[in-house]
Design a protein around this ligand. Structure first.
Ligand SMILES: [Zn+2]
Length: 127
């Protein structure tokens, strides 16, 4: 089998592009997200390092008047499994898994979001 010079150049460019893309996604996957943060009433209720999300975590928080919220977090992200909440907007938000996304439950004053490392995610996207 014989390749033309042009074919080899194209192959090299393709391999380099794929390598660059893999490197970029590796870097952004590993530096962008560091903790899952759950805030209640403006105070940090719980911080879970993302490496601990390899094992699924269930966070159950009880509020006054028999209200509660159940938050599930694993490698795929975090979401509201069950909540006593009049609008259920928090549950409808679905899964979050990136810095900058959040789940807000206004009636229960709960905010859930992913915290990044010192470098914001925007820096990784810019290159
Ligand atoms: Zn809610």
């Amino acid at each position: 089998m014989k390749f033309k010079k042009g074919d080899i150049i194209i192959a090299v460019i393709l391999i380099a592009a794929v390598g660059f893309w893999l490197y970029n996604s590796y870097v952004s996957n590993n530096t962008a997200v560091s903790n899952l943060v759950i805030e209640v009433d403006g105070n940090t209720y719980k911080k879970i390092p993302t490496r601990e999300l390899k094992k699924e975590q269930l966070v159950h928080i009880d509020f006054e008047n028999n209200k509660h919220i159940d938050i599930i977090a694993n490698e795929n992200g975090a979401w509201i499994k069950d909540v006593v909440c009049p609008d259920k907007l928090c549950q409808k938000t679905g899964v979050i898994n990136k810095v900058g996304q959040n789940i807000v439950c206004l009636p229960n004053r709960v905010v859930i979001y992913f915290e990044g490392d010192e470098e914001p995610l925007v820096d990784n996207v810019a290159y």
